[in-house]
Design a protein around this ligand. Structure first.
Ligand SMILES: [Fe+2]
Length: 485
């Protein structure tokens, strides 16, 4: 199937003559949905690597209404299925309710996060009038891929191979409201852990979807005010939620303005509660102020909980960012370092240790180890360029403190690179890393496959893709044995 729409023609920041880099070049949306099999490969696709790589990201279908922010684009999933050494590519927009409404209208009906949402047709369950575009993460749970949205929305289920949108997932009618971008799946139990946040009390809800696909637990979590949490963690017995001091400026909010401030006078707080605990059972552990987008992993170790994250020390936009474009670029800067927390359940004390100085983010671990001791973390390295670009891979050995890396090369930019276990894999680097790489100079994309045990050797295979894949957000790997189930 090939479907074509009008390309987004105007890439200026509205009201100015500044070009919007997030609509151009390596970010420029594509306007076709295609299927292609038997893709050309440089090297050889390992025959013990079977499954599908899926990556979500923003891809505006219509000319944006007002100023465009990278987070505004309609979710599009690009996927490469690997089977017996052969590769197949597909890409599809996620057919959200808003996407369908705009398709019927033939134009954008929603403004984005840089404009007032007044006049937008509908929003999420919190009354936030922004378009739930399901463009942020892509996770696998109970045979379905769920696409999610960072401001909390409906998870949209898609078929992992055809990428057909199956509809908004309400877990057999049991999900009331929304959930956030990064739910955690425990492969051992089949459960899915999530939270939901919003501007009015309760500022956070925490919940569990059981292995039979129903929301069986929900509790309100007390926060001192509205927060912007992005991720959470699980261990075998606990869930860990965050209250971080990147908060809404209440004075500005009273004047109807949306302004985020980093309040250094407040601690970062980590709430630990039993997996099926209620809000009153949350134990808060305090740490130095910071922001955290993404968790690497967490596990229990004796009387402690260990939590590895990518920690942002200064989550504030630059003070010299004055124009709309400079402000957007500044907010989209990502500067994070690998960092370890230990929460002592007996004493209530927190200790924290920086594990690296490099700016790395979008961490992944072997999905089989989520909530359990894992040894390796696979991050992307953030380029110092003014827009968000991943210029390499970094593999951390969190047991020895060692790291190895790979640079994609000049003008070559990657995506999140999940660990893909080889058939019969026995450890968390017994397998591969897979990522899209876009070559800016050649205006084309490929799927690069690395031996996870030897990342610095470079890709063992490069699958050439039939169209350029714009840079985007999160990715996942679904194993062939999961697809068969
Ligand atoms: Fe994220």
């Amino acid at each position: 199937m090939t479907q074509s729409t009008q390309p987004v023609a105007v890439a200026q920041v509205a009201g100015t003559d500044e070009p919007n880099p997030y609509l151009l070049g390596v970010y420029a949306p594509v306007d076709t949905e295609i299927d292609a099999a038997d893709l050309r490969v440089i090297g050889e696709i390992p025959t013990d690597l079977n499954g599908v790589y899926l990556r979500n990201g923003p891809n505006p279908r219509h000319q944006p209404e007002g100023r465009y922010h990278w987070f505004d684009g309609d979710g599009m999933v690009h996927a490469v299925q690997l089977e017996n050494g052969k590769a197949r590519y597909r890409n599809r927009w996620v057919r959200t309710k808003a996407f369908q409404a705009e398709s019927e209208a033939g134009k954008a009906l929603w403004t984005g996060v840089m404009e007032s949402p007044r006049g937008n047709p509908f929003g999420n369950a919190h009354g936030l009038g922004l378009k739930d575009n399901a463009n942020t993460d892509v996770i696998f749970h109970r045979g379905k891929v769920l696409t999610t949205w960072y401001l909390c929305g409906s998870p949209y289920a898609i078929d992992p191979l055809s990428l057909e949108t199956l509809g908004a997932e309400d877990f057999l009618g049991t999900l009331v409201g929304d959930l956030m971008a990064h739910p955690k799946v425990d492969e051992r139990t089949g459960e899915l852990f999530w939270f939901d946040y919003g501007p009015r009390p309760p500022f956070m809800r925490y919940g569990v979807v059981s292995a039979d696909g129903k929301v069986t637990h929900v509790t309100n979590v007390d926060l001192p005010g509205p927060r912007l949490p992005h991720d959470m963690a699980i261990t075998e017995n606990y869930a860990i939620l965050m209250d971080l001091p990147l908060i809404q400026d209440m004075q500005a909010a009273r004047q109807g303005r949306h302004k985020i401030i980093f309040d250094r006078s407040l601690p970062a707080r980590f709430g630990v509660l039993p997996r099926y605990g209620n809000g009153s059972q949350v134990r808060w552990f305090e740490a130095n102020p910071c922001y955290i987008y993404h968790v690497v992993n967490s596990w229990e170790s004796g009387e402690e909980i260990v939590l590895d994250v990518c920690r942002v020390t200064r989550p504030h936009p630059r003070a010299d960012a004055l124009t709309p474009l400079a402000k957007m670029l500044s907010y989209l800067r990502l500067d994070a370092q690998l960092h370890r927390y230990r929460f002592n359940l007996r004493t209530g004390q927190t200790s924290e240790t920086p594990l690296d100085d490099d700016n790395t983010e979008f961490p992944t671990v072997d999905a089989r180890t989520v909530g359990k001791r894992s040894r390796y973390a696979y991050n992307v390295h953030i380029s110092p360029e003014s827009t968000l670009l991943f210029d390499g891979l970094v593999k951390y050995d969190t047991e020895t403190g060692g790291k190895t890396s790979w640079s994609f090369g000049a003008g070559r930019w990657g995506s999140e690179a999940p660990f893909a276990p080889r058939d019969g894999s026995t450890s968390d680097d017994d397998g591969y890393l897979v990522t899209f790489v876009q070559d800016e100079g050649e205006n084309r994309s490929e799927l690069d496959i690395f031996d996870a045990a030897d990342v610095s050797a470079g890709p063992v295979a490069r699958v050439l893709l039939p169209q350029r894949v714009p840079l985007g957000f999160h990715a996942t790997w679904v194993r062939a044995d999961q697809l068969r189930k």
